[in-house]
Design a protein around this ligand. Structure first.
Ligand code: PLP
Length: 536
């Protein structure tokens, strides 16, 4: 069976080519510090719009993944089985249902939070967990004891990634997962979600310190030669290519849900609006658009941590805007907002887009190998400037190319609160697909991340009347009680308990297993915990 270009992978910084899907999934990050991307972007096959129209989410996932993973690596029947198991844990038969939020404006909300941890990261991490297990079982066939390939997954979390990773990996053979969270600094529900998972291969580390401290420890371990000699370390953050791949499905699936709905007028343009942090979610949409999905534009919605929005307005990608107002936190640091899962200083997946932009604009007429090498060199230079000078600027042609597919909006905390409140009092969509998204009045309750998206959608609608909008909803409101209460307490028919899904009731009083890491211990303390829990 022949392997196509889109089923082989390279590093955005130019040192690795021709890698298999299994390589890039297990490695996570390239040895040169770059991210893995396919050597070419595949096109949706001839007649896809007719043929795939009535496919289920799982069937679409299979068709899309087949374009990026050779059947010689994962036979079709195995891939189907991995996909089916990954989405059997979702509460909605649609997996990612589309809700009409405002019919008069053709604003539709894509509910991505129907997985086990109630956030969109489940769509990718349920799949990634099963994929890890599949590769491990295959490698370990007939092997015993020390010969078995043991995967050690280490990650830091400010909430959502950790719980989604834990639920994706719990009980998986030959894989152990260590998740570091800053003690007392994740929401009570998120903490309970993580620490009440009692599977022996799941280890929660409660670190006395900040999220950055947790992340520094994780980085130190990934960078330690000794640690890498002893363990096969794997990453679950959004730099893992399998996460981007898994997220493409819902763009195609929701496109079909929309055009099949009676409210859709044939031929009208469709836009997607995506609450963004590390640029993983929207990058999947960008791939879908390059593959031929007829999305007129993708809109990046940022909170006040707005590096992406500033790039789209100026072509400068810098950690901090030149002028910061006096009330802001210190320059170069992350601002804590009401949408914490989008609180970032730089967006790690942006590097993947940069490579394709550099390839397009600076490729020239050279042969493909030279063009790729040049793109890698350019990206390397930009990222080096980001590290050493705190930012870089791109040429106008590169910015123009970025604007062809993407535009951006920045949404403040107060606009987020206003949007939750306005949506609650004006949007009464038809019967709920998921519990806990309607008040007693029937008004729709957005979580703060999804509200950033809806606020950006409203602006895009005002500028583009007659366009259909699909706004991505990335978390269930019960996960972010603080912001939802801020917006809705005192509103008619609103009681927080109504928002609580049955899965969350009593969660906080369940048995927990957690390992404390005292302040000032450094990553060696974490290393000892890994040593004590993984047999090599
Ligand atoms: C992770 C996350 C985001 C941001 O997604 P990116 O892929 O990092 O851009 C938005 N909302 C929620 C609730 C999240 O958990």
């Amino acid at each position: 069976m022949s392997v196509t270009d889109s089923q082989r992978y390279l590093s955005t910084r130019g040192s690795s080519y021709g890698l298999s899907f299994e390589d890039v999934v297990l490695k996570g990050l390239a040895p040169d510090g770059g991210l893995f991307i396919p050597e070419a972007i595949p096109q949706l096959p001839e007649g896809w719009e007719t043929k795939w129209r009535n496919y289920s989410f799982q069937e679409l996932a299979f068709e899309i993944m087949a374009l990026y993973v050779s059947p010689s690596e994962i036979p079709p029947e195995d891939m189907k089985d991995i996909i089916n198991r990954s989405y059997s844990t979702f509460r909605s038969p649609d997996i990612t249902p589309l809700v009409t939020l405002d019919e008069s404006k053709q604003l539709h909300l894509l509910e991505l939070f129907c997985g086990p941890t109630f956030a969109f990261k489940d769509v990718a991490l349920q799949f990634l967990g099963n994929l890890f297990e599949y590769f491990l079982v295959r490698r370990n066939k007939g092997k015993t004891g020390k010969d078995r390939h043991q995967l050690v997954v280490i990650g830091a979390t400010s909430g959502d990634t950790g719980s989604a990773a834990i639920y994706g990996l719990r009980g998986k053979q030959d894989a152990s997962v260590f998740i570091l969270h800053p003690k007392g600094k994740v929401s009570p529900i998120q903490e309970a979600q993580m620490t009440t998972v009692l599977d022996p291969n799941v280890h929660n580390l409660s670190v006395e310190g900040s999220f950055d401290d947790c992340q520094d420890m994780v980085k130190a371990m990934f960078g330690d030669p000794e640690m890498n000699k002893v363990y096969h370390l794997a990453a679950v953050n959004s730099i893992n290519w399998a996460r981007i791949l898994a997220q493409m499905t819902y763009y195609v699936h929701s496109y079909f849900s929309l055009i099949k709905s009676p409210t859709y007028t044939q031929g009208k343009p469709v836009r997607f609006v995506v609450p963004s942090g590390n640029f993983g979610d929207i990058l999947a949409g960008w791939f879908a658009k390059q593959m031929g999905l007829p999305a007129e534009r993708l809109v990046i919605a940022t909170n006040e941590n707005d590096i992406l929005d500033r790039f789209w307005r100026t072509g400068h990608y810098t950690k901090k805007a030149p002028q910061t107002d006096a009330t802001d936190t210190q320059p170069g640091s992350v601002k804590a907002t009401l949408s914490p899962a989008m609180d970032i200083l730089v967006s790690s997946n942006f590097e993947r887009l940069l490579w394709f932009l550099a390839f397009k604009i600076h490729g020239g007429d050279d042969d493909i190998t030279k063009k790729r090498q040049r793109a890698g060199d350019i990206v390397w230079g930009w990222l080096d400037d980001l590290k050493s000078k705190g930012g870089f600027s791109v040429e106008p042609a590169v910015l123009e190319a970025a604007k062809q597919d993407l535009e951006s909006e920045r949404v403040s905390d107060s606009q987020t609160i206003d949007t939750i409140r306005d949506t609650y009092s004006t949007c009464y969509p038809p019967a709920p697909a998921s519990s806990g998204t309607r008040g007693r009045s029937g008004g729709y309750i957005l979580d703060p991340h999804s509200a950033v998206g809806v606020a950006a959608s409203r602006r895009s609608i005002d500028r583009n009347p007659g366009t259909y909008h699909i706004s991505l909803s990335t978390a269930h409101p019960a996960k972010f009680a603080h912001a939802v209460d801020l917006a809705l307490s005192g509103q008619e028919g609103y009681h927080f308990d109504d928002v609580l899904p049955p899965e969350f009731v009593g969660l906080e009083s369940k048995e927990r297993r957690v390992i404390e890491v005292p302040a000032g211990e450094g990553w060696n303390a974490v290393r000892k915990i890994v040593d004590a829990n993984v047999a090599v």
